[in-house]
Write a protein that binds this ligand. Structure first.
Ligand code: PPE
Length: 304
């Protein structure tokens, strides 16, 4: 069960958690066109701090732009509302979920004059793939479902409805006893997890999928920049599932998943079956950065 907090921001007003409801014929609920973000706020020794807030706001507005949704607030207003919602709920660490949705009005696929609504909820959310997964690595399964074609789902946008594809893959992976799914693209190359980007390590170098059929993960971008600064070479290049099988290391990245090592794929052990050296090094750097322990990356944090 989701860990409740006090208030949810809905179109400029704070509403009690239990009263944050919508009409059943809300357009987004019927047809899935809404855009959202997932952001994390971490506890630091100078109080809570939000990781890469501006980047997430930028992506939210880009998602809306791609889908011709006119958000009735400025980026500054949304940023202010997010900060206020975190403060108001007095949480030290939380996950932040802004949602832009099409409200109640006309029905049918073309919601001509329906209002565009915005809500921001926050709640404490632990390790997405479990504490054990974060520490010891997870087991993933290549899905029989593929990532949508780029002309079916424009993957630069983070859209509610896209996640039916992710849920098919996730349910299948769980049913087969795995922790998470790996989706391939329409041409059979590795794309991403149901809610994570993927990196592999071979011969000391990092490789991640290019931005064709995947979400441009903000954690992914952060890891690429951190690796550059650490002198670790990164290429953004297509790779096949068998290249993952023979990789020395692999890991998933995402706001929810953070940096989660992958120890097995489709019954094949990755490397020695334990989180690899480079994975552990980047994971520990990541947690130092988000918890405000690394001055060099202070600009990635918004203090509350
Ligand atoms: N790919 C997908 C498909 C995806 O959903 C996410 C985030 C990522 C990559 C990583 O993006 P980023 O968070 O910017 O590094 N998935 C979000 C939703 C998870 C959920 O179950 O809800 C998240 O991690 O917040």
């Amino acid at each position: 069960m989701i860990a409740k907090t006090e208030k949810i921001w809905m179109d400029g007003k704070f509403v009690d958690w239990d009263k944050a409801t919508v009409h059943i014929l809300t357009h987004t609920l019927q047809y899935g066109l809404g855009v959202f973000e997932g952001i994390r706020c971490y506890e630091t020794d100078k109080g809570p701090a939000i990781f890469q807030l501006d980047e997430h706001i930028e992506r939210l507005f880009n998602s809306a732009h791609i889908f011709l949704l006119d958000i009735p607030y400025s980026k500054e207003e949304i940023k202010g509302a997010i900060i206020k919602t975190v403060r108001m709920n007095e949480v030290k660490e939380c996950y932040i979920r802004p949602l832009v949705y099409i409200g109640y009005g006309s029905i049918g696929l073309y919601p001509k004059d329906n209002p565009i609504k915005v809500a921001i909820a926050v709640w404490p959310w632990g390790a997405y793939l479990g504490d054990k997964g974060l520490k010891e690595g997870i087991r993933i399964k290549t899905s029989s479902f593929i990532r949508n074609h780029v002309n079916a789902s424009m993957s630069r946008a983070k859209v509610c409805g896209y996640y039916v594809n992710s849920q098919l893959a996730k349910k299948e992976a769980i049913a087969y006893g795995y922790d998470e799914a790996l989706l391939l693209d329409t041409e059979g190359y590795v794309a991403e997890g149901s809610g994570e980007n993927i990196f592999i390590v071979r011969k000391g170098m990092l490789k991640t999928t290019p931005l064709t059929s995947i979400l441009e993960g903000i954690t992914r971008n952060s890891i690429i920049e951190m690796a550059h600064n650490e002198g670790i070479q990164v290429t953004e290049e297509r790779f096949t599932r068998d290249e993952l099988y023979i990789a020395d290391e692999a890991f998933f990245t995402g706001t929810a998943a953070e940096v989660t090592p992958v120890r097995e794929a489709d019954g094949r052990r990755i490397g020695n079956g334990k989180p690899g050296k480079i994975t552990k090094r980047l994971q520990s750097l990541f947690f130092d950065i988000v918890r405000g322990k690394n001055k060099k990356y202070e600009s990635w944090l918004t203090r509350i």
